[in-house]
Design a protein around this ligand. Structure first.
Ligand code: KIV
Ligand code: ZN
Length: 527
């Protein structure tokens, strides 16, 4: 993809880091199938660059980046790498088969990081940056360099490092507010000053974290100051309080084109709502109801005066048309008489190309739901597919049956059957309520201990026969692992969500991907 963008130019490159910085959110652990599905959706969304992962971090990360590089067409596929030459080699190995490649290398330039984390002198950092960029350039002519913790770095020193990066071939200079410390005016000034100070031909980029809730504001201020790439994630997921939310940046540029002087990007905004739902389901991170652009209340009008206003003339209280972000009402697409062919065909039209086992499992799940629910909408199908795109999971849900507590003092009872390594296992348990009893039975079968913390039920679409969508968190050994589950029945949706969290916790234990000390060498805290 042509990512050429200069400050004179009126296009901003959208660099998506959902699969790298976003995936570093606590408790998120995506498998290869899930990452590929997300990357394909990002390509449909029209992002310019997908930062697919951090290949040296683990064999799993490496393979996921490689699969994405081979299969996803359109966007540039970028891998993150520290400055160590062996890391850059590994990064290149992962991305080399992509249509368009980029290596993103970084090293911290703040006093605090150099002293405590890197244990390097400023001169050593400068030399590392020069060597890494030159090495990356021997593989590809698209090389990005980031001075980590830029917002707390000495400006003069940071510019010296940026200058050596450009002199050695960096084509994008990304300025990260790693710890979410910047304030919009100050950030704009930093971006503007870098442009003035660092000579050469490069695109300037902004990468903001949201610790003070300013990531989007800072990113937009950077664009005004000349940045022509913004790094962001869908739904703003990411380390700690997250990264800048892509949907907010895109819609601010579009809705306030008058203010931004027509600076735009290539994102197909009609795909924003669907991208948000997919990422939310696969990561288990719910989207807050009042989240700008993609929250379920983003276009809801509660007060009578507002409702009347919108019914008379939509723009009275709406600055964006819901259909522009793909948030218009979901259409009914299939019912219980629909066959396998119609099912696969509808999914294909929606952009999901499922084959083999994934298609079989999704179809079986569709039949189960369609037998209980009269008609399924596009959103129901999306939710269903998201349950099936992952790689094989350890425990598969089969059945739950419950007996409610009738009198105070009595306990509810649940019997749960799971498939474990091809065999069915059943357990019975009691609890204060039916959900608690079902979760206790699941704990019995899996042997995974922990504490259920957050729990919420919503519906996928409206109406009394809507699918229940349960989101919860399960605290295993001090780590809050999210889970999502879907069913026409709330207890079953809860049991599925609980099992989803358990499968995720088991995967994290097996791969160690969520443990920076084990798998992200060289202390990448805050990266
Ligand atoms: O936040 C950060 O500093 C990063 C860099 C790797 C760009 O994620
Ligand atoms: Zn970051």
């Amino acid at each position: 993809m042509d990512t050429d963008a200069s400050p004179e130019n009126d296009r901003v490159v959208i660099f998506d880091t959902t699969l790298r910085d976003g995936e570093q959110s606590p408790g998120i652990s995506l498998d290869q199938g899930e990452k590929l599905e997300i990357a394909e959706q990002l390509a449909r969304l029209g992002v310019d660059v997908i930062e697919a992962g951090f290949p040296v971090a683990s064999q799993g990360d490496f393979e996921s980046v490689q699969v994405i590089a081979k299969a996803v067409h359109g966007p540039t596929i970028c891998g993150l790498s520290r400055t160590a030459l062996a890391d850059i080699d590994r990064c290149w190995e992962a991305i080399e088969s992509a249509e368009h490649t980029r290596i993103h290398t970084f090293i911290a330039t703040s006093e605090i990081h150099m002293r405590n984390k890197l244990r390097m002198t400023p001169d050593q950092v400068k030399a590392e940056a020069a060597r890494a960029v030159a090495h990356a350039r021997s593989y590809t002519d698209d090389v990005e360099f980031s001075p980590e913790d830029a917002s707390r770095s000495d400006f003069d020193f940071m510019c010296e490092v940026l200058q050596v990066a450009v002199d050695n071939g960096a084509t994008t200079l990304n300025i990260p507010d790693t710890v979410g410390y910047a304030i919009p005016e100050e950030w704009a000034e930093r971006i503007r000053s870098v442009r003035q100070r660092v000579k050469g031909d490069y695109v300037i980029s902004s990468h903001c974290h949201n610790d003070l809730g300013l990531a989007v504001a800072n990113s937009l201020a950077a664009v005004q100051a000349g940045a022509r790439q913004v790094e962001c994630t869908v739904n703003g997921i990411g380390e700690r309080a997250g990264n800048a939310a892509m949907e907010e940046i895109v819609m601010a540029l579009r809705t306030r084109a008058d203010f931004f002087g027509g600076i735009d990007c290539r994102v197909r905004s009609e795909e924003l709502a669907r991208s948000s739902r997919l990422i939310s389901r696969l990561t288990g991170y719910p989207v807050q109801f009042n989240k700008a652009v993609v929250g379920r209340n983003a276009f809801a009008h509660e007060s009578g005066i507002h409702q009347h206003g919108v019914l008379t003339e939509r723009t009275t209280y709406e600055i964006m048309d819901p259909s522009v972000v793909g948030a218009a009402g979901s259409e009914i697409v299939l019912g219980k008489h629909s066959g396998r062919h119609a099912f696969a065909d509808t999914l294909r039209k929606m952009g999901f190309d499922l084959h083999g086992d994934a298609l079989n499992q999704a179809f079986t799940r569709f039949k189960e739901l369609a037998d209980r629910k009269v008609q399924l909408t596009e959103e129901d199908l999306e939710a269903l597919v998201a349950e099936e795109v992952g790689d094989t999971v350890r425990y598969r849900f089969q059945l739950v049956s419950v007996a409610a507590r009738v009198e105070p003092g009595e306990t509810a009872q649940a019997t749960v059957t799971l498939e474990v390594d091809g065999e069915h296992r059943t357990a019975e348990a009691t609890g204060d309520g039916m959900v608690e009893a079902a979760c206790a039975a699941i704990k019995d079968i899996t042997g995974v201990e922990g504490r259920l913390t957050d729990y919420s039920v919503t519906s996928v679409t409206g109406g009394v026969d809507a699918l229940a969508d349960v989101a919860l968190r399960f605290d295993v050994g001090g780590r809050a692992v999210p889970g999502r589950g879907l069913s026409t029945d709330v207890v079953e949706a809860s049991a599925r969500a609980f099992l989803n969290a358990i499968n995720r916790a088991v995967r994290i234990d097996e791969t160690g991907v969520a443990d920076p000390a084990v798998d992200r060498p060289g202390s990448l805290d805050g990266v």
